[in-house]
Design a protein around this ligand. Sequence first.
Ligand SMILES: [Zn+2]
Length: 260
Amino acid sequence: MTRGRARITATLLLSLATAARAQTQTGVEERRNAAVTLLTGEIEGVTGPVDRHCGIFILTGDPSGPPPATRRQIQAAVRCVLEAKRQRRAAWAVWQVAGVDATVFDGLALTRFGDPQRVEASGNGAALQFSPCLRPRVDDDGVIICRNTPVDAKGLPKAIERLRDDVRRGVGKEFRAVVDREAAQDSTAAGLSPDASFSATAARVREALRATTGAEWPICPLHRDHALELFEQHWLCRKDAAFVAPLGKLRRLRPARPLP
Ligand SMILES: [Zn+2]
């Protein structure tokens, strides 16, 4: 997906929304289908082909423009995506965000073997943003809450300790010093957030381990051909946006065996 394509999609959605106001129900349906086709191209570039959408709440034909999705609709969409995850199907859902212009939407996307990713478009011309979302739920205001938690300043020492544990069990206790050495390079001085600083530390640790042992660590148990990344205190397979294990619990990989 390119930024240009996303911008075209957002612009088209806005024009379709405007045009939809003057349409009959049939015309609205047609334009709604056209919008679904546009979004499908953008999102399924990430998720792969999807048989059944879990919800696309736009262009409903209200005279004053498309209304936002209700909390109940969003909950139904989230349940649908989670059911697809249990069935190992790709799925996605998007909906209007309340109180903002028609091109701002929120949603979830799911690859066949991954965890849900939050999909966000922040307005005219913005590219779609995808971020892995552990166990999504809907709060009282209809906002998606994810359970993955960024490292804060208070949690930074604990996060480093957990990384040291994973290195000790996964590579060997003699490599714990690599974590201490890399953590000592304080990236927060470079203006990074504690979470970004910790991610940078983890990336340097992985690089140092690869340079020393000649092997990638930790290897993704789903694909076996790439290393896992740390994302907000979880080991993540970036290919499928699958949370594989919490930081410090790398031994409890799921699944234990690669996919067929
Ligand atoms: Zn993987």
